[in-house]
Design a protein around this ligand. Structure first.
Ligand SMILES: Cc1ncc(COP(=O)(O)O)c(C=O)c1O
Length: 360
């Protein structure tokens, strides 16, 4: 096999080589059964073990308290934009949203179809350069929950500390899922797509305080109800067995590497190295976001002109550094540094950036 690519994609993205190799060795003949795991019943004892282990590893590694449920739901993070208000908002109740960028806007757009919502803080006035302080978030009457996006994958900002609110706090944590610990006492529900830090795309993981399941809306398709997934241990219907299997392997890898503390310190180390090279480039590269809110997983940076950025991306690709183009909606450059991206990829990028600056 050729050497592993330096893959800075925002998702799907780099997974641990160990996850891929383990899947490869077990894929065709799972544990001497003469069939692949993806050919087996999801009610088989083999799959049941995979499923329960993935749930248990999520709980232990992420230190999820006992009074929270963990749900595996298909449809990625996007389905949760709708499921949150569908399940939680009753007539007369309102959902408050922090508009911190592209993904927050996605959640707001979808929620508006299912209940009354409002924007409690709007980052658009400041070009989405930062996250709000708790004191800036304006909650109005009859607010059922406050929704935030812990890390804006496109804008490259995160919360250095999470807001405190008098209402249940809900967060889309897709792009920093298990890359740093969560203060669970502050949250009631978090969700994210698996395709950044956990495994293949298509799987959504929802972690919610069980009291939130009481008196929810029930008048909808059963698949859309949190209480049904909870009652059935996320086996209400055929789950995405392949994605859950891969996720379990990635979680085992995380455990072996030292768990969330190790992931968090690696995220800090990798992102600090990249931000330092940006900050020390005498303006050749620049970070468009407030330094206090810089994401540790999606590092966004600009060069002097769009032409220069185009050259940078073309030359980086030729040098074996892939997927550094910023999201099409904002342009510029972006390096995603998820858990499985090795330090040597960041070193290769920083070295390339120094060379490119020298030559241009
Ligand atoms: C913060 C955030 N929320 C939501 C999504 C949408 O996730 P999915 O494609 O799993 O629906 C993404 C995808 O990149 C994301 O980064």
């Amino acid at each position: 096999m050729r050497e592993r690519a330096h893959n800075f994609c925002a998702g799907p993205c780099t997974l641990p080589l160990e996850t891929l190799e383990a899947a490869k060795s077990e894929f065709v003949d799972y544990h001497d059964t003469g069939m692949s795991l993806i050919e087996m019943s999801h009610r088989s004892k083999e799959y049941d073990q995979v499923h329960m282990e993935a749930l248990a590893l999520t709980r232990s590694l992420f230190q999820v308290p006992d009074d929270f449920s963990i749900l595996f739901i298909q449809g990625g993070a996007s389905l949760q934009f709708g499921m949150v208000p569908m399940n939680l908002l009753k007539p007369g109740e309102r959902g408050a949203y922090v508009n911190s960028g592209s993904w927050a806007k996605g959640a707001i757009t979808d929620a508006a179809h299912y209940g009354e919502i409002y924007t409690a803080w709007d980052g658009s006035e400041d070009n989405y350069r930062r996250m709000p302080e708790s004191s800036e978030i304006e909650l109005e009457g009859n607010t059922r929950y406050l929704h935030i996006t812990s890390n804006e994958t496109i804008g490259g900002i995160h919360y250095p500390h999470y807001p405190k609110a008098d209402v249940p706090l809900i967060a889309d944590i897709s792009s920093d899922f298990m890359s740093r610990p969560l203060p669970w006492e502050q949250f009631d529900l978090v969700y994210g797509g698996a395709q950044k830090n956990l495994g293949p795309s298509g799987l959504g993981v929802v972690i919610l305080r069980r009291t939130l399941l009481e008196n929810n809306n029930r008048n909808m398709a059963r698949y859309l109800r949190y209480d049904i997934h909870d009652a059935k241990d996320s086996l209400f219907n055929t789950p995405p067995v392949f994605a859950i299997w891969m996720m379990g392997k990635t979680l085992s890898w995380m455990k072996q590497k030292g768990g969330l503390a190790a992931m968090a310190s690696a995220a800090a180390e990798k992102s600090n190295m990249l931000y330092s090279s940006i900050d020390n480039s005498e303006g050749f590269y620049n970070s468009p976001v407030d330094p206090s809110c810089r994401s540790q997983t999606n590092v966004v940076f600009r060069l002097g002109s769009e032409e220069q950025e185009k050259n940078f991306i073309t030359e980086a690709t030729a040098a074996g550094l892939y997927n550094l183009k910023g999201h099409r909606s904002v342009g510029g450059c972006r390096a995603s540094l998820y858990n499985a991206l090795p330090m040597k990829s960041v070193i290769a990028l920083v070295d390339f950036m120094a060379d490119f600056k020298q030559q241009h």
